[in-house]
Design a protein around this ligand. Structure first.
Ligand code: 2P0
Length: 323
C-alpha cells in the first residue's frame, strides 16, 4: 500500500467550543465557528507497512506515544478491510501544545493522509467526523476559510460535523498570533473543559449562550460586518474563560502579557485599526485584523513586554493531500 502525505492548517474559533455532550464520541455540547489559518501547518505522512507489529508515531523525527492516533488508524483499517500497521511521521510549523491548536491541524492532516493511504475515499463530512473523533476542533480544520461546526443531535454523532461558510478569498482577514509563553501548557483543553463541565456554576449559562452567538457571527460573516464579528467573538472568548475561571480549581490560562495584549488590541481599535482579539486554552493572543492591518498590529504586539514572538498569517485553505 502506498504512503500518503497531507497538510492541514490550525484553526481558531470565533465562537468557542468548550464542553461536550458525549465524551466517548467527542460530541460538542454546542456548535462553534472558526477560521482556518494559512501558515500554522501540520504535515503528516501515513505509511501502511507489512513489517510493523504496532503503529508508530514520529513527531518532528522523534518517536512519541502513538496512543492518541491508534483509534483513528483502527477506524481506517476497519473501513478499508486492512490490518496493516502504520508509520506516521508528522511535523508542525509552529510550537506544539501551547494553545495553538496543534491537535486540530494534527488530526485533520492525519485523517486526510490515512484516507488517501488506505484508499477509503471519504467525503468531506465523513473526514470531518473522523477528525472530530480525534479532537473536537480538528473537525473544523478539514475546511478552509470560515467554518461552522454543528453540535448535532444524533447519539451516534454522524451529524456532529463541520461545514464551510465562506472561503478564505471571500473575506481575506489577517491574523496575528502573539506568543507570550512558548512550549508550555497548563491544563489541556480536554481536561480543562471536563473540569469546567463538572464544577463551574457558569457552565450551563455558557452553553446556553452559544446559539445566539452562532447566529450573529453567521450574519456578520455573510454581511462582512467586521465590527459585529469582533464584538461577538471577543465576547465568546471572554465568556469561555469566565466559565473556566469559575471551575474548581479555577483555570487561569492567561499571564500578564496576555492581558497586556488584550488592552493593546482594544487601544488600537479605539484609535481606528480594524482588529479584535481571541484567546484559547493557553496564554497566546490571536488578533484578527481587517485585510492590510496585520503588519501594523504585529508591530504593536511585538513591542509588549513578555511577548516572545509574533506570527503573522491569514486565512487559508482546508486540509488536502500533497501531490
Ligand atoms: C476552540 N478550543 O473552539 C476551543 C476554544 C480551545 C479553546 O477546541 O477534547 O483540543 O480534543 O475535543 O479540540 C480545543 O479543544 O479538545 C478547542 P478535544 P480540543 O477552538
Amino acid at each position: 500500500m502506498p504512503s500518503a502525505t497531507a497538510r492541514a492548517g490550525a484553526n481558531i474559533a470565533l465562537v468557542k467550543y468548550w464542553g461536550k455532550r458525549d465524551a466517548r464520541l467527542n460530541l460538542p455540547a454546542a456548535g462553534s465557528i472558526s477560521i482556518t489559518l494559512a501558515d500554522l501547518l501540520t504535515r503528516t505522512t501515513v505509511s501502511p507497512l507489512a513489517d510493523l507489529d504496532d503503529d508508530e508515531l514520529l513527531l518532528a523525527g522523534q518517536p512519541v506515544s502513538a496512543e492518541r492516533i491508534v483509534p483513528v488508524l483502527e477506524r481506517f483499517r476497519a473501513l478499508a478491510g486492512s490490518d496493516l500497521r502504520c508509520r506516521v511521521e508528522t511535523a508542525n510549523s509552529f510550537p506544539t501544545g501551547a494553545g495553538l491548536a496543534s491537535s486540530a491541524s494534527g488530526f485533520a492532516a492525519l485523517v486526510v493522509a490515512a484516507d488517501a493511504a488506505f484508499g477509503t475515499a471519504l467525503d468531506a463530512a465523513r473526514l470531518s467526523e473522523q477528525a472530530r473523533l480525534g479532537s473536537g476542533s480538528a473537525a473544523r480544520s478539514i475546511f478552509g476559510g470560515f467554518v461552522e461546526m454543528a453540535a448535532g443531535q444524533r447519539d451516534d454523532g454522524t451529524d456532529a460535523v463541520a461545514q464551510p461558510l465562506l472561503d478564505a478569498a471571500g473575506w481575506p482577514l489577517e491574523v496575528v498570533v502573539a506568543i507570550t509563553e512558548a512550549g508550555t501548557k497548563s491544563v489541556s483543553s480536554t481536561d480543562g473543559m471536563n473540569l469546567t463541565m463538572q464544577t463551574s456554576p457558569y457552565y450551563r449559562a455558557w452553553v446556553d449562550s452559544v446559539p445566539a452567538d452562532l447566529d450573529q457571527v453567521r450574519q456578520a460573516i455573510a454581511a462582512k460586518d467586521f465590527e459585529q464579528l469582533g464584538e461577538v467573538a471577543e465576547g465568546s472568548a471572554l465568556k469561555m474563560h469566565a466559565s473556566a475561571l469559575a471551575a474548581r480549581p479555577g483555570l487561569i490560562y492567561w499571564n500578564p502579557a496576555t492581558i497586556a495584549c488584550l488592552h493593546e488590541v482594544r487601544a488600537l481599535r479605539a484609535a481606528g485599526t480594524g482588529v479584535f482579539f481571541t484567546v484559547d486554552a493557553g496564554p497566546q493572543v490571536k488578533a484578527v485584523c481587517l485585510p492590510g492591518e496585520g503588519a501594523r498590529v504585529a508591530r504593536h504586539l511585538a513591542g509588549i513586554d513578555g511577548v516572545e514572538k509574533v506570527i503573522e498569517t491569514r486565512l487559508g485553505p482546508g486540509a488536502g493531500v500533497e501531490a
